[in-house]
Design a protein around this ligand. Structure first.
Ligand SMILES: C[S@@+](CC[C@H](N)C(=O)[O-])C[C@H]1O[C@@H](n2cnc3c(N)ncnc32)[C@H](O)[C@@H]1O
Length: 252
């Protein structure tokens, strides 16, 4: 936050919100979203935490039926690291005896990667960061990986969206986990249904998630000042259906 003050961050929240709703047709949405200190601070202190608070309960619930938890998190379009951190934390809370997961973050913004490092450090986690552009720099995946794409796919061009979907579908030929989060509004992700049907043979399901949580005071204050309301958090989620607990029990 320093040296910014509350009014500058509030303006940043407003600017990011308008950009994603009204300004998305102009080129370079993600670049414009982090132009200026106020917008950066809005990502770091408001949108990132809101994503964290949305992802954590989805993943914590999913992990309840997960005999083979993911060992590595690949946070693609990681921004400030909120999604990967929420998954890593949910993993640690559900499986306290396991070693912390490896985390690799990819983003095209060097600023975001620096923030992601700070986010992980704040949670006592280590993360590798890599500057890269999707879909070109889609990482090599392996069994027991968990890929997360949080609020990032809607920023890709139509061509990149198609290529990324193919790369994900190939990666999912191995038993790995995937979580894709997007805003509730279907206008922002018109590709959603086609992704859901393409990934469904790999056991990926689509759902709408909503949760009511007590907001951290800072979020409540910024909500109030910006005319926004995050008492209920929500997202569209595409995620692996999960592993069958009975199958593991039979093996034993
Ligand atoms: C709205 S932010 C979401 C960040 C983070 N996943 C979260 O949920 O808080 C979208 C992020 O995707 C990144 N991004 C957009 N297009 C990308 C691309 N083609 N390759 C890599 N990163 C990209 C942006 O730089 C930005 O950090």
């Amino acid at each position: 936050m320093p040296p910014l003050q509350f009014p500058e961050i509030r303006r940043g929240v407003h600017a990011v919100s308008s950009l994603y709703v009204q300004g998305r047709k102009k080129k370079n949405l993600s670049g414009r979203a982090v132009m200026g200190e106020g917008k950066k601070a809005a990502f770091a202190t408001y949108y990132g935490p809101l994503h964290f608070l949305t992802v954590y309960p989805v993943v914590a619930d999913w992990l309840k039926n997960c005999p083979n938890p993911p060992e590595r998190i690949l946070d693609l379009g990681c921004g400030t690291g909120a999604c990967g951190a929420a998954i890593a934390l949910a993993l640690q809370h559900t499986f306290p005896d396991l070693a912390p997961p490896e985390v690799s973050c990819l983003d095209q913004s060097p600023w975001a990667l620096g923030e992601a490092k700070k986010t992980y450090r704040a949670f006592g986690l280590e993360a590798k960061t890599k500057k890269g552009t999707l879909p070109r720099d889609f990482p090599r995946t392996r069994k027991a990986d968990c890929i997360v794409l949080g609020w990032a796919v809607n920023e890709l061009s139509r061509e990149s969206n198609t290529v990324l979907l193919s790369k994900l579908a190939s990666a999912l030929q191995e038993p790995l986990t995937i979580f894709i989060f997007e805003p509730l509004s279907s206008k922002l992700s018109p590709w959603w249904d086609s992704w859901a049907s393409r990934l469904s043979p790999a056991g990926v399901i689509s759902k709408i998630f909503k949760t009511e949580q007590e907001r951290p005071k800072w979020i409540e204050k910024l909500d109030h000042a910006s005319g926004l309301d995050h008492r209920i958090l929500g997202a569209r989620v595409l995620h692996s259906a999960g592993q069958k607990v009975e199958a593991v029990a039979t093996k034993e």
